[in-house]
Each structure stands twice: as structure tokens, then as C-alpha cells.
Design a protein around this ligand. Structure first.
Ligand SMILES: CC(C)(COP(=O)(O)OP(=O)(O)OC[C@H]1O[C@@H](n2cnc3c(N)ncnc32)[C@H](O)[C@@H]1OP(=O)(O)O)[C@@H](O)C(=O)NCCC(=O)NCCS
Length: 336
């Protein structure tokens, strides 16, 4: 006889209930970087929109920054860590192969009374939106009531300060959201995908095996084919934004905020143009002060827009992440 499996019912809908960020104390202006790459503050600002970025101190570890951001997100949501059923950490800069950093973070937060499910996601600058999609499906599928999604990076650990194409782009930080049940839809269908044929466009200079086999090699850093990434982001990602809006049945003019991954101000501007986004829709521009913080950039920008009053709780926003892989993910959300 075949046994009957009892399914578990989830919530009708899911939404983001709270957001929080952590920005390292040290602010690094362009002037600190320009000599090594024969550049200038003007060049960096005109090509990327970046004025400063933050670099973490040795004490501002991936775990410490995540715990600080998660604490703020939980407080914003009015929830206790004991209510969290799963912790998802999106990062590419937890430089230990195993275990995932999510388990330490869950344990130290007391997530689920110290028993929450916990795992890392490696989807680079799309990692936050990948996490939001997973969390939304978990809440609706019944595998967790509340899910903490953290995007965290210490990209300064993997930055070659002599590389003209990347030295000025990356920064450090953490952003977190809590996702839980909702009476109304608060997270639209994700539009996501990958293009592994371009896996070399943003990648580590050498892999860990190369370093193991030849200790004389330089520690790996990030390298990027800047123009290739720029073209892909501008042409392909605007289409993904449109698909995410269509999938949610929302028009660009109905948005209360556009929060793309903070990759480069010029990419954001090109997307705005391609989307024909009305000028009154506020757009995240956290990159000017924070640089490109990969998986952390969207929640950090979201927190900033809500704190500054540029965007309001309950408003409708389009979030969109893209980066190394190449990978991308975007969805329409209700702001916490
Ligand atoms: C990185 C980026 C700003 C470089 O700009 P670019 O215009 O593509 O730069 P190029 O390498 O083609 O070089 C163009 C000129 O700028 C110069 N240049 C390059 N880097 C420079 C720097 N850091 N400072 C000053 N000049 C620089 C080059 O020497 C070249 O000069 P030339 O025209 O006299 O030969 C640009 O490619 C970019 O924004 N790419 C997307 C990056 C991104 O967003 N990544 C994140 C994705 S998650």
C-alpha cells in the first residue's frame, strides 16, 4: 500500500516585514585610491557615480555585520529572533569553504531558539533577490513562518587596489530583511536566470586550488571585463525589469521606488531610460556613498530610502540584482 504524505500548508502571501543595514565605520574617499591606479576623483565619479565607499575593519567581520543588520531588521519587523525559522545569507566573501556562515549567524542571533535552518547562497550581486525569492516561497510553502535574508560582503578583502577597472568600485556592508506571512501579496513573481557563457566576465583571478598548488601566487582578487558587464547590464537587465513588472501586473509609473543593485550609477541611469521610468519615481542612489556592496546593496539602499523619507512603508518598489555568474533576479515588492 502506498502511504499518503500530508502536505504542510503555508501562508496565503508573503511580504518583507522589516529591513536593517550595517555600514562599516571607515569611509574611504576616491582620493585615497587614485594614486595607485593613476586616476582622479572626477574620472571615478563620472564613470561610476561613486564618491566614497566603506571598508570593514578586522572586527567588522561578515558575521558581525550580518548580526547587526539582522538585529535592526528584526526590530523593524517587531519580531524576536526566536520566531525565525530559517536564515539565508547571500555572500561571496565568506572566505571559508565550509561551514556556511549562516549557521554561526543563526546561532548567535538565537534564531528559532538556536535551531533555525541556515544556509548560504552564492549568487553574487543578485544574491539578495535570490534570497527574497526563496524566502517568499518558503513562507507560502509552509517550510518557515519567518525567514531572515541577509546580504553581506567584505569585498575589500578581494579587491586588487592596483586594478584600474575594479579598485574603486567595491565596498563592504550588510543588509537584512525579515520575510513573513501577509494577508495581501507583498512579493511579486521573481524573474531570474543565469548566463554561464559569460562566467569569466566577473570572476576570481585564480581559484583556491591554484593557490594551494603554488603558494607563490598572489591571493585571489576580483577581476572584471568592465565594458562587457556594462553592456549586458544595460541591454539585458532593463528587459528583466520590464518582465518583473509585467509578471506582477505593475506599471513603471505605479512604482513608489526603483531599487536596482547599486552596481554603477551609469547603469542605473541607463535602466531608468530604457524603462521610461517617470522622473517622479524615486531611484536608489546609495552607490554614491557606499560603492558597490554586491549582495548587500539592495537592502542597504532600501533602508536608506525609507529612513530618508524618499520612499514610504507600504509603497511598491521594483528590486533587481545582477552580477557575477552572470546571474540576475528581480521582483516587485511592497516596502516594509
Ligand atoms: C569599469 C568601468 C568604469 C571602466 O570604464 P571604461 O570606459 O569601460 O574603461 P576602459 O577600460 O574602456 O578604458 C577607457 C579609458 O579610460 C581609462 N581608464 C580605465 N580605468 C581608469 C581609471 N580607473 N581611472 C582613469 N582612467 C581609466 C583607460 O585607460 C582608457 O583610456 P583611453 O581611452 O585614453 O585609452 C566601466 O567599464 C564600467 O562601469 N563597467 C561596469 C562595471 C560594473 O558596474 N560592475 C559591477 C557589476 S555587478
Amino acid at each position: 500500500m502506498t502511504a499518503t504524505i500530508i502536505p504542510r500548508a503555508g501562508a496565503a502571501h508573503a511580504r518583507i516585514l522589516g529591513v536593517g543595514g550595517y555600514r562599516p565605520a571607515r569611509i574611504v574617499p576616491n582620493s585615497e585610491l587614485v594614486d595607485r591606479i593613476d586616476s582622479s576623483d572626477e574620472w571615478i565619479q563620472s564613470r561610476s557615480g561613486i564618491r566614497t565607499r566603506r571598508w570593514a575593519s578586522p572586527e567588522e567581520t561578515v558575521a558581525e555585520m550580518s548580526i547587526a543588520a539582522a538585529g535592526k531588521a528584526l526590530a523593524h519587523a517587531g519580531l524576536d529572533a526566536s520566531q525565525v525559522g530559517c536564515v539565508i545569507v547571500s555572500t561571496v566573501t565568506h572566505l571559508k569553504q565550509t561551514p556556511a556562515i549562516a549557521t554561526e549567524i543563526a546561532h548567535r542571533l538565537g534564531a528559532g531558539g538556536g535551531r533555525a535552518a541556515a544556509f548560504d547562497v552564492s549568487a553574487a550581486c543578485a544574491g539578495f533577490c535570490y534570497g527574497v525569492s526563496l524566502a517568499s516561497d518558503m513562507v507560502r510553502g509552509g517550510s518557515a513562518e519567518y525567514v531572515l535574508v541577509i546580504g553581506v560582503e567584505r569585498l575589500s578583502d578581494l579587491t586588487n587596489l592596483s586594478d584600474r577597472g575594479t579598485a574603486f568600485i567595491f565596498g563592504d556592508g550588510a543588509g537584512a530583511v525579515v520575510i513573513g506571512p501577509s494577508n495581501t501579496p507583498g512579493i511579486g513573481p521573481v524573474v531570474w536566470g543565469s548566463d554561464g557563457s559569460q562566467s569569466e566576465a566577473i570572476t576570481q583571478t585564480i581559484d583556491w586550488n591554484d593557490l594551494r598548488d603554488d603558494r607563490e601566487q598572489e591571493f585571489p582578487t576580483l577581476k572584471m571585463e568592465g565594458q562587457k558587464v556594462f553592456r549586458w547590464a544595460v541591454w539585458e537587465m532593463a528587459k528583466v525589469c520590464e518582465q518583473a513588472l509585467d509578471a506582477a501586473g505593475v506599471k513603471a509609473e505605479d512604482l513608489d521606488a526603483f531599487i536596482p543593485h547599486q552596481a554603477n550609477m551609469r547603469i542605473t541611469d541607463a535602466m531608468i531610460k530604457a524603462l521610461k521610468l517617470p522622473p517622479e519615481v524615486p531611484v536608489a542612489r546609495d552607490i554614491a556613498e557606499n560603492g558597490n556592496t554586491s549582495a548587500a546593496s539592495i537592502p542597504l539602499a532600501m533602508e536608506r530610502m525609507l529612513e530618508s523619507g524618499e520612499a514610504v512603508s507600504g509603497g511598491t518598489a521594483l528590486i533587481m540584482g545582477f552580477g557575477a555568474g552572470l546571474v540576475y533576479a528581480g521582483q516587485v515588492i511592497t516596502l516594509p
